[in-house]
Each structure stands twice: as structure tokens, then as C-alpha cells.
Design a protein around this ligand. Structure first.
Ligand SMILES: [Zn+2]
Length: 499
């Protein structure tokens, strides 16, 4: 196929793929925000049809030929078409080997899995979810074997979510991190904890919503292109640099939960909103990988949002909205309570210090599961054993244990490690940023624009054009290292807890 024709085929495919992606994202957004509970049937039918058509599109021989023609003629294709083709070849190679009927059956399994998991979680009923997890793991292994015969299926899964990673890569990263985390968590456990009971009294939801608006302004989120909704499990959905949605969940007795969800999801949103608009509606739109995306949400949530400079900025605004609840408290109390570190059951509510330990537990469980060292049936007991071993806590039920996260119901095995890896990426990026910007002064003044511009120039605007493994080395001028994250945690929590 000649290059002009190959470009036409690619353009036409990407436009159509975008339309299906847009439709499916909108259905998912509706499902997770405002759709009534018993509306799953029609949605499942619609999603089944759309995903079948999407799979047919991606399986076309003409497209495969076009992608290969562009990949094999880098110079003639030009760098943008070449990168688009390269990325598509990576994902198409995986999906083309799956027969359409198996793909549709898998999509339906996912839809059913999500529904069953929600109910199972509410009822803390692992047994009802267990057979679905069996099927999901079997299918993942089968698909991995089809696309990458002979390779380890868990390595395939890890590489799918973060290109270039493997068990070897994460084993090295996590073992280095554990050397810092385990003794540091033990010291913090033995130290005196701040009393945060005043942050667990009723905080009216209407006032919390006003705070969300203040935070959206504080982090430069443009309402013309970014809206906020409510959901059970906060997430960000973006369809282009002009349309991104964030979500949060309000708990009356936990105002900080929504505060940090909004900042976290706002970080994801700012990334997507600042991708070069020329990449819209192509595979180059959006972030360059799961870990790099998470590096940005966690950068804004933790390194900015939980810093002393930012909590000092937020404190008078927080007091004004909640004068009774905060009576007699100081900015110092607020900072210490925001950063209270204590082993807990739920990953998404974990503090900065113990967070990666939740990820390590999931990584080790998935690794054992895919290696056949444990069965699906043994997931709850393995989960509970590792929470006791690493965080010293007893898991009272499966709802707060093995059933807490939605990832497995979405077939996302190998996804969790990207959360921790991204956090470590951004710790290293922060050190470089501080050489260029007076980071503390900017955060203290809520002058986020220079920080946003710095990140846009180096990461956001490039979308998926850049490779995830190149991000840290190109910004920092050295290979990725876990030491910056470990040093940051040691420094911050030693000061907070007078260790
Ligand atoms: Zn995130």
C-alpha cells in the first residue's frame, strides 16, 4: 500500500474509532454518575454492539496493511503518522489475534463482572464474584498466549499497562521501596498521632460542593472544558483536549476525601486538557501511559495538595465554609491531620506514606495468582494474610478487603503497580522542577500556572507522542530511580512525627 493511501486509511479509522470511543465513554460516564441502579440491561446490549463494531474495525486487514506500511517507512510517513502507526500496531497486534466471537463474549463477561462485583461488594459476598474472577483470569491468560505465545502472561499484562515493565522491573522497584517503607511505617505507628476527630463530624455536602468549586479554580480547571460529577469511585474521563470530566464522592463525615479526590482527578484532567489539540481524535491524544498519568494526578494531590504551603492557603477558606467544625483549630492542626499516616484497609483512602504498601500487596497477589501459586479461591485469605504481615491490620470483611477495588471486575490485572510507579516518577520530576521554579512560593500563593506550564511543556502537550520510559530521563537527565520517592517520604514523615 502506498503511503498516501495508508495515511488516508489511518485517518478514516481513527475518526471512526473516536466516535465509538466517545459513545462508549459517554455511556460509561452516565452509568457511573446519574443512571438509576436497575438500568444495566439496555446499557449492556448497547455496549456489546458498539464494542463488536469497534473490534471489527480494528481487525480490518486494510488497516493492518496501512499501519505496517507506515511503520516500515518512517521517513516517508513523517514522525506523527509514524508514531500513530507504531502505537496502533502495538494494540492491534493484541486484538487482531482474538476472534470476534471471543471478543464479544469477553465484553459481555466484563459487563456482567462489573454488575456482579458491585452487588458482591455491597453484600461482602466473595463467593458470588469468585467464578467470574476465575473466568477473567483464564481469559486474560488465553489472550496473552494468543498474542504473545510462550511469554509469561503476567509480564504481558504489566507491559500492556506500562510499556517496558515486567515482573523483573517491578520486583526491583518494589524491593527498594519496601526497604524504606517497612521500617518507616513501623516508626510512625509507634509515634503519637494527631487527633483528627474534628474532621469526622458532619460537614454539610452543600458546603463541600462549594469547596470543590474553589479547588477547581485553585488548580486552573477551565469550566468551559471540564465539568465535575458525582460517583461512587472517583475517576476522570476525557475524550479530547476540549472535553474532560472529573468526578468525586462526598462523605458527610470525611470532607478531606472529596478535597483530595478533586485535586487528584483535577491533575488527570489538567494533563488531558493540555495535550496539543492537533492530536485530538487520534491515538496521540490523552496521556502517554498509566504510570505517567498517575504521576500527574499524584503530583498535584500529594506534592502540591498535601504540602504545608497549600494546606496553609486552603485553611482560611476551609474555616470560612465550616466555622463550627473548625472552631479552636489551627493551620498547624490542619496540616498534621491532612497528613495523618496510619495503616488502613482501603487503598483509595490511604495516606501518602502507606499508599504504596497497598499497591505492593496487590502486585504480589496478582503475581502469585498468575504463576499458579495461589488459586482464585485463596484470594481472600491471601489478601488478609498480607494486610496483617505488611500493615499489621486485620481485615474484618471482604468488602473492605479483597472486594474493595473495581479493577479485577474490569479485567485489569497488572494495572495496580502503575499507581505507585507514577508516584515515584513525579517525586523525581519534582526535584528537577525545583531547580527551575520557586515551587514553595508558587504553591503558597496558589500561583499554579507556572507549575502547570512547566509540566505542559515537558509532558502534557506531547500526549502519547512520547514514550513513557523516556519521560523521567528526558526531564531529569538521569535514569528513573525509586530513591527520590523514598527520600521524600522519609523526610516528610520524619518531620511530621518527630522521628
Ligand atoms: Zn488516578
Amino acid at each position: 500500500m502506498d503511503i498516501t493511501k495508508a495515511k488516508e486509511v489511518l485517518d478514516s479509522f481513527e475518526r471512526e474509532r473516536y466516535a465509538y470511543f466517545y459513545a462508549m465513554s459517554t455511556i460509561e460516564l452516565d452509568a457511573t454518575t446519574v443512571a438509576p441502579p436497575e438500568t444495566q440491561e439496555g446499557r449492556s446490549i448497547a455496549l456489546g454492539i458498539l464494542s463488536k463494531r469497534m473490534h471489527e474495525l480494528t481487525s480490518s486487514d486494510e488497516l493492518w496493511e496501512a499501519v505496517n506500511a507506515l511503520c516500515d517507512n518512517e521517513k516517508e510517513a513523517g514522525e506523527i503518522y509514524f508514531r500513530r502507526a507504531e502505537l496502533l500496531r502495538r494494540s492491534l497486534a493484541d486484538s487482531r489475534v482474538v476472534p470476534t466471537d471471543e471478543y464479544v463474549a469477553y465484553s459481555q463477561l466484563l459487563s456482567q463482572a462489573s454488575y456482579v462485583w458491585h452487588k458482591a461488594k455491597l453484600a461482602s459476598d466473595w463467593a458470588s464474584f469468585e467464578p467470574i474472577v476465575e473466568k477473567l483470569v483464564e481469559t486474560q491468560k488465553h489472550f496473552a498466549e494468543l498474542a504473545h505465545p510462550g511469554e509469561d502472561p503476567f509480564d504481558v499484562a504489566l507491559d500492556k499497562y506500562e510499556e517496558g515493565t515486567s515482573r523483573e522491573y517491578y520486583d526491583a522497584y518494589f524491593s527498594e521501596l519496601k526497604e524504606t517503607l517497612i521500617p518507616l511505617i513501623a516508626k510512625v505507628r509507634a509515634a503519637e498521632q494527631p487527633d483528627d476527630s474534628w474532621l469526622h463530624v458532619p460537614y454539610p455536602i452543600e458546603q463541600q460542593k462549594k469547596l470543590s468549586q474553589i479547588l477547581m479554580d485553585a488548580f486552573c480547571l477551565d469550566r468551559n472544558h471540564c465539568a465535575i460529577g458525582e460517583t461512587e469511585h472517583p475517576f476522570t474521563g476525557g475524550t479530547s483536549s476540549k472535553d474532560v470530566r472529573i468526578t468525586t464522592h462526598y462523605y458527610e463525615d470525611m470532607p478531606l476525601a472529596s478535597v483530595y479526590s478533586v485535586i487528584h482527578e483535577g491533575g488527570h484532567a489538567n494533563y488531558e486538557l493540555h495535550v496539543d489539540p492537533a492530536y485530538d481524535y487520534t491515538v496521540l491524544a490523552g496521556g502517554c501511559s498509566m504510570a505517567v498519568h498517575e504521576s500527574q494526578s499524584r503530583f498535584w494531590e500529594n506534592y502540591v495538595g498535601r504540602s504545608r504551603e497549600f494546606t496553609d492557603w486552603l485553611w482560611p477558606r476551609f474555616r470560612e465554609l465550616f466555622p463550627e467544625q473548625t472552631a479552636g483549630k489551627t493551620a498547624d492542626d490542619f496540616y498534621r491531620c491532612v497528613n495523618k499516616a496510619q495503616p488502613s484497609l482501603i487503598r483509595t483512602e490511604a495516606d501518602e506514606l502507606t499508599y504504596s504498601m497497598h499497591v505492593i500487596i496487590r502486585y504480589e497477589i496478582e503475581k502469585m495468582l498468575f504463576a499458579g501459586e495461589i488459586t482464585v479461591k485463596q484470594l481472600p485469605e491471601t489478601w488478609n494474610r498480607l494486610y496483617k504481615e505488611y500493615l499489621g491490620i486485620d481485615v474484618p470483611n471482604d468488602r473492605q478487603g479483597v472486594l474493595q477495588d473495581s479493577h479485577w471486575s474490569g479485567g485489569s490485572f497488572g494495572y495496580f503497580p502503575t499507581y505507585s510507579l507514577g508516584t515515584a516518577y513525579s517525586a523525581q520530576i519534582l526535584q528537577t522542577m525545583k531547580k527551575d521554579l520557586d515551587f514553595s512560593a508558587l504553591v503558597a500563593a496558589d500561583d499554579m500556572k507556572p507549575i502547570l506550564d512547566w509540566l505542559t511543556e515537558r509532558i502534557y502537550r506531547h500526549g502519547h507522542f512520547i514514550k513513557p520510559g523516556d519521560v523521567v530521563p528526558s526531564i531529569c537527565g538521569e535514569p528513573f530511580s525509586a530513591k527520590y520517592y523514598a527520600e521524600y517520604l522519609t523526610d516528610k514523615f520524619s518531620k511530621l512525627y518527630n522521628l
